[in-house]
Design a protein around this ligand. Structure first.
Ligand code: MLT
Length: 403
């Protein structure tokens, strides 16, 4: 009989957002007349921008004509998109070669798929709380994980502990779920730590477009030396409403190298290229044209407008937390608001309580790690009207007797 990967037995029974969806579906069945407001999964609600939609139409027409039809594209992405991404990076003062940029179907896949490039023996350092994909994918591979604690005391921005060694370090900034964002000095420390340990940082910058403080870095490559130790993942899902359209990009610098015990040099960039050519046939041409349109002047204007809309919702949620005296982080450089559960409840208790009593869905902090046991995440991705109504219900809920 085929032996299955027993590491799967170490995973939680179901993926966080599937469990949330299951509980919401059960509630719907029980109370079909109740209106539920979803501030749970970070899924966008605004439609694609006009420029993006036009690019999709044009590309679809091209695909329908023999002279402009395209079959398999380059696994790494078309040059027109890699060049647009390169130009986007130059706005942060980061200079990349186009062959360091790999177009993909999103940061979720790539932050998991990158584990193919690393030996099972590596120790992986993962913040707690954090986006569950990092833990789940490394658990599937049976790697040793050390957690670093994000707590209210360190503003959910854990810093390196020199007494602990790691080979691979995941950092998500602006952070999902806490919304906390590392500044330059803090990222400098992480890059120094990685260089001292010959480690690789896997930097998830999926929310970089939500950064509003002008002195915060958008890319880890704004820190000198990061090009020797950091891979960066980004996505258009939240930037331009691509959660259903699927397009992201990963930067694998050519300067990240390692030498085997018998003296053979290895390049992470070449390995990722090799991996992608074997396992991935690239993002559809139509989607890549849509993505390139995001980086046009008009496309970026539309994206900024969407982000401003969501950040207004974030402000409404953050104001409610302030008015009700609840401790929270996020909501300024991030579409997530992370707050301490009221009534001393744990996060799944509060999830059920808020769903049953107020018809509002959020995401329990426990799904992002142990340190989230008593914390909860709300997203700013719904409409303004629904966000205002959700906060009205939330405030009312806090004034009820929980028993
Ligand atoms: C989230 O809600 O954390 C995100 O939507 C998950 C994702 O981007 O995959």
């Amino acid at each position: 009989m085929a032996k299955f990967n027993e590491n799967f037995l170490d995973l939680k029974e179901s993926y966080l957002f599937s469990e949330v969806a299951k509980r919401v579906a059960a509630f719907h069945q029980k109370c079909p007349d109740r209106t539920v407001i979803r501030l749970g999964i970070g899924d966008v609600t605004l439609p694609l921008g006009k420029t993006v939609v036009e690019a999709i139409h044009t590309a679809a027409d091209e695909m329908g004509r023999a002279e402009s039809f395209r079959g398999y594209g380059p696994e790494q992405g078309y040059d027109f998109l890699r060049e647009a991404i390169q130009a986007h990076y130059s706005t942060f003062g980061v200079s990349l070669d186009t062959d360091e940029i790999f177009v993909s179907d999103g940061a979720k896949s790539d932050t998991g798929n990158i584990t193919d490039l690393f030996s099972k023996e590596n120790t992986v350092m993962i913040p707690d709380p954090v986006y569950p994909v990092y833990v789940d994918t490394n658990t599937m591979n049976g790697r040793n994980i050390v957690f670093i604690n994000g707590t209210a005391e360190n503003d959910f921005l854990p810093m390196p502990d020199r007494s602990v060694h790691a080979d691979i370090i995941y950092i998500c900034s602006p952070n999902n779920p806490t919304g906390a964002c590392y500044n330059r000095t803090q990222l400098r420390e992480w890059v120094d730590y990685a260089l001292e340990n010959d480690a690789v940082i896997l930097f998830d910058s999926a929310y970089e477009c939500f950064i509003s403080d002008s002195d915060l870095p958008h890319s880890i490559y704004e820190i000198d030396g990061a090009e020797k130790c950091a891979v960066e993942f980004c996505s258009l899902s939240k930037t331009a409403g691509f959660t259903g359209t699927r397009c992201g990009y990963t930067v694998v610098p050519k300067a990240i190298r390692s030498v085997t015990s018998d003296g053979r040099e290895m390049s992470l960039n070449r390995m990722w290229n090799r991996r992608q050519c074997t396992k991935f046939n690239g993002v559809p041409y139509i989607v890549q044209r849509a993505a390139a349109a995001v980086f046009s002047e008009e496309g970026m204007k539309e994206a900024r407008k969407m982000i401003a809309h969501y950040m207004e919702n974030a402000r409404i949620i953050a104001d409610t937390m302030k008015q009700t005296g609840i401790s929270f982080t996020g909501g300024i450089n991030s579409p997530y608001i992370w707050f301490e559960c009221p009534f001393g409840m744990n996060s799944w208790e509060f999830f059920d309580f808020m769903l049953e009593r107020a018809g509002v869905v959020g995401t329990p902090g426990a799904g992002f790690g142990e340190n989230g046991t008593h914390w909860f995440r709300l997203t700013a991705f719904n409409s303004k009207e629904n966000t205002v109504e959700a906060m009205r219900r939330f405030t009312e809920l806090l004034n009820t007797d929980p028993s």
